[in-house]
Design a protein around this ligand. Structure first.
Ligand code: FAS
Ligand code: PHB
Length: 385
């Protein structure tokens, strides 16, 4: 078996890359460890930058996004009950679209033309410094595919980055002493736009998926277990972290999904190893505070697709040679913003009184400075590629 590009992972990064290569007539094969239903069952991101929306347009999979996506001109930051709206449209002339990652993944799955092999076990990458090939097992049968290039889109715990020799890769990591307990509920959102709230008990986020479906998060210690959080306990804790009017207005109900996500900042360098390229969460992780994870994955694969299209079209390797440096430049700016938003809005157990005063001063400076708000707005709505 042979193909041009093997993509490991059928999350949003792998599926988007596969779609862009399909449209360019570049043969590719996606290998995914889990079932399609399992991939769709993971509840994750919810906010798309304009760049990601434009990429969905380019991939010709944006019809439902434009019908169902919720365009937001701004967001609300709340700090110990003081609220301030950041008006993206007025500050930087850009906006974001609320559209769940599950829906992005579904749209890309439905449009997939190339072959995707789900429940591919023990995917292994071989000889990506020479003549690359990938092996896997399915239903007890071993398989091999030879290829020109491998795109590692298999997330933080995937096989691709793990296949790189330790002395060939450098990683940068910050693990936060807390995670996000998230709940999905079929109740109308408590507000028209997202609310990011800092409270002495911890961070809270009021997000949404549609006019009838909401997504909420509370910061919890890393030691917390989701089974210890009944729906009622979640709603009580969330209300305590919001201003009284919002807490009063919130409609609660039975959770459709409830899970705890750990928070970390992580970057691997470089992103190219011979004929293997890393993209998406395989290359980097951001704390979800800045809504960057999915959007970074989209911008990575847009760059990688352009580089592969250039190679197969003009036999130029310029895009491939420059992919790592170009992607990392944007990745590190998103890492900085995600770290900054997380530092501003979460309670850190070891920050002390001085640290808490600095957070309050950061919020007061932000809400009093148009320049600071413009900086937040241009980062949140997405920096140029
Ligand atoms: P993904 O992890 O989505 O996809 C990788 C795929 O590779 C998976 O389907 C996996 O099954 C597959 N895979 C793994 N190992 C494999 C192997 N050995 N062989 C074959 N396939 C393999 N971002 C936000 O912006 N907002 C959020 O609120 C948010 N919440 C998150 C919560 C959690 C628990 C996690 C883990 C991430 C969250 N993110 C959030 C970030 C998330 O949205 C990612 O940025 C996004 O899924 C990145 O997409 P991919 O790079 O495709 O990686
Ligand atoms: C979400 O809706 O899941 C979401 C929105 C914004 C974030 C993180 C998560 O910053």
């Amino acid at each position: 078996m042979r193909t041009k590009v093997v993509i490991v992972g059928a999350g949003p990064a792998g599926l988007m890359l596969g779609r862009l290569l399909d449209l360019a007539g570049i043969e590719n094969l996606i290998l995914e460890r889990k079932s399609a239903d399992y991939v769709l069952g993971r509840i994750r991101a919810g906010v798309l930058e304009q760049g990601a929306v434009d990429l969905m347009d380019r991939a010709q999979v944006s019809e439902r996004l434009h019908e169902e996506g919720l365009i937001h001109d701004g967001t609300v930051l709340s700090f110990d009950g003081d609220s301030h709206r950041i008006d993206f449209a007025q500050l930087v002339g850009r906006r974001v679209t609320v559209y769940g990652q599950t829906e992005v993944t579904r749209d890309l799955m439905d449009a997939r033309q190339g072959q995707t092999i789900y429940e591919a076990e023990d995917v292994q990458l071989h000889d990506f410094d020479g003549k690359p090939y990938v092996t896997w097992r399915k239903d007890g049968v071993s398989h091999r595919v030879d290829c020109d290039y491998i795109a590692g889109c298999d997330g933080y715990h995937g096989a691709s980055r793990a296949s790189v020799p330790q002395d060939a890769i450098k990683t940068f990591e910050r693990i936060y002493p807390f995670g996000w307990l998230g709940i999905l509920v079929d109740k109308p959102p408590v507000a028209h736009e997202l609310i990011y709230a800092h409270h002495e008990r911890g961070f809270a986020l009021c997000s949404q998926r549609s006019p009838t479906r909401s997504r909420y998060y509370v910061q919890v210690a890393n030691s917390e277990k989701v089974e210890d959080w009944s729906d009622d306990r979640f709603w009580d804790e969330l209300r305590r972290r919001l201003d009284p009017a919002t807490a009063e207005a919130m409609q609660t109900g039975e959770s459709l999904e409830k899970s705890i996500a750990p928070l970390r900042s992580f970057v691997a360098e470089p992103l190219r190893f011979g004929r293997l390229f890393l993209a998406g969460d395989a290359a980097h992780i951001v704390p979800p505070t800045g809504a960057k994870g999915l959007n970074l994955a989209m911008s990575d694969v847009a760059m990688l697709a352009d580089a592969l299209i250039e190679f197969y079209g003009e036999t130029s390797t310029a895009g491939l040679d420059f992919y790592s440096a170009k992607a990392l430049s944007r990745i590190w700016k998103a890492e900085r913003f995600s770290w900054w938003m997380t530092s501003l809005l979460h309670v850190f157990p070891d920050s002390g009184d001085f640290g808490r005063r600095i957070q309050r001063a950061e919020f007061d400076y932000l809400t009093g400075s148009v320049a600071a708000q413009q900086s937040l707005a241009e980062n949140y709505t997405g920096l140029p590629q």
